[in-house]
Structures are given as structure tokens and as C-alpha cells.
Design a protein around this ligand. Sequence first.
Ligand code: NPG
Length: 369
Amino acid sequence: MNIDGVELRRARLPLVAPFQTSFGTEYERDVLLVRVVTADAQGWGECVAGAEPLYCAEYVDGAADVIERFLLPALAAAGPLNATEVAPLLSSYKGHPMAKGALEMAVLDAELRLAGVSFGTRLGAVRSRVPAGVSVGIMASVPALLDAVDAYLDQGYARIKLKIQPGWDIEPVRAVRERFGADVLLQVDANTAYSLADAAHLAELDDYGLLLIEQPLGEDDLADHAALARQIRTPVCLDESITSAKTAVDALDMGACSIVNIKAGRVGGYLAAVAVHDVCLARGAAVWCGGMLETGLGRAANVALAGLPGFTLPGDTSASDRFFAQDITAPFVLTDGTLSVPTGAGLGVDVLPDVLAEVTTSTRWLPFR
Ligand code: NPG
């Protein structure tokens, strides 16, 4: 595929409500979109880096910078290219998986639109609908949390994930179980907020029949996660720690986790995400699709990924209106607790030009030739 150039676009989407995690509170999504343009097609990529380096080292201004200064010149110098060549061409530059993943996603989308093939088909999806979980932020009070969970269950969400941190963990979990019963699929996510010294405290969660506890300890603490996993009955799932198929294999083999959250941006793109899926499936470890407050573009790709056979747990693949009053694509809507995997070419969704224009804060055209 001959690429004419790439447009980097920044857009700002207000969230329907503040979203609080152990690492901070988000009020809006400041998103970097990548549009790859060829003579016959265009393709969209979404960079999931946050405004600040709080979830991981990447942040959106840094991603835009590394793309413009290093990654795009490397692709432009390569001549005609296809999506499988993007990661190898960029591999000499360390880190920046979210920036790299956004570029690969855009190239892949353009390529698949030209070929008339959907993301789901290309990635290996075997399902036409995927169960949708919802991630519920830390709230000001337990009653406020119960109201929020009640509304999500009413909407039909298939699984609830509670964000936790020291001081907001056992009590909210206990309250949700007491109010909504043992049948609700329930899990928690600590985003690295604890240390191994908290093992006895975290073991108190064992009474509540959780599907999993996600990333209780630091990103680099694989050995400590393995030690923790031996001290609690709740299955340990890793998110931040899993940066590649290699780290997934290591983490599973050393018992640091038994379940893996797969986020394409965290591992360098959707093709790498499939590789993580494949090694987990080969080891019999369940995986599920994480979310990073994606617009309809990233959501389309996530839903396609979540259609792969190893995704046996509901993902953070909620409906568009969980985060945005107005998405930049036609909204993903919940039907019987599921989202449908787009079947159109490429991502199978298109941006709404008027909406996109309204939320855009800057655009920059970077020609390849
Ligand atoms: O459904 O898109 C979603 C959000 C799910 O909780 C969610 N994401 O730690 O997994 C996470 C968290 C997150 C959000 C992480 C934004 C980083 C940025």
C-alpha cells in the first residue's frame, strides 16, 4: 500500500461523568487520532495514551511527538507497506506501544477497507456479538456506587468491575454483593495501588466470589504477584504488567496471574494483541478485552478483538454512552448485554464528520512524499 500521508488529529470528548481510578480522575478524553491516507482509501487509528502519564509512562503529547519525529519518518522511508510490517519497522525505537499501535491500527484499517475485509475477520473473531462488562469508578460514597451499579445492571451489563484502592475495597465489594446478590459477575481493579504487605487485607476479598482481582501490585512486580496469588483465593489478573506475548508467557508460567487483560495499545497494536491471545489460549488461561475510554473507532477494534475464541470473560467493552453523550461514530449500543462485532470493511464504522469537526482541537498533515 502506498501511503500519501498521515493526519494527526486531536479531539476532546467530555465524559458523561467523572471517572475515578486509583491513579486519578478523568473528566474528558483528550484523544489523538491517526488517519492514514492512500490514493484509494483512508484508515483510522486511535491512540489510547492518557493526557498524563498516570496509568503508564505514555501520554498523549508524548505519543504525538514520537509519532511525528520518529515513527512516521521510519514508515515514510520504507516505501509501500502493509500492516504486518509496521511493528518490525518501528521496533528499533524503544517503548511507545500506544503510539505504535495507533499507527498500525490506521494502516490495518486502510488495508482492510481496500480489501473489503473486516477487522473481526482479519483478527480471527469467531463471535458476532460479545458480552459487555462495565468499569465502575471510585465513588464519593457506597450509596452512590450502589445507584450506579443498579443502573448498569438495569441496562443489562453482563459483568461489573469495581475500581478499588486502599480505603475503597472490601466495603464497596461487600455492599454490592449484599445488594445485588451472588449471581452478578463481579471483579475488581486496583491499577497497582497495593503492595505485597497488603496480602492479608486483600485476602478478605476471598469471601465475595470475585471473578478476579486485576493488577493489585506494581507493573514490575511479577514475583510479588506470584507470592500474592499463593496467599489469596481470588484469581489474579494482570493488565499493566503484560506488555507483550513474552511477558504474558512469563507471568503465567511463574504463577503471577492466571487471567490476562488484553489491551492492544499496551502491547503495541491489535496484531500483537492477537499474539498475546494466542499464547494465553495455548496455556489455557482466560483473557478478556480491556478498555481505555475509546471512541467508537477504538471500540470497534476492541469488539472485533473480543470476538476471538480465547476471550471467555466479558470485557471492558461497554456501550458508547457509558462514557460519551456523543461519540464520533454511530454509537455502540447494548443489546441483551452484548455489543455486535462490526462486519463492514476495516473497522466497519465511520466517523461522523460534523461531530468530529466539533470536538477537534487541532489537525496536522504530515505528507509521506
Ligand atoms: O471501559 O473503556 C473502558 C474503561 C475501562 O477501567 C477501565 N479502564 O485501568 O483498565 C483500566 C482503565 C483505564 C482507563 C486505564 C483509562 C487507562 C486509561
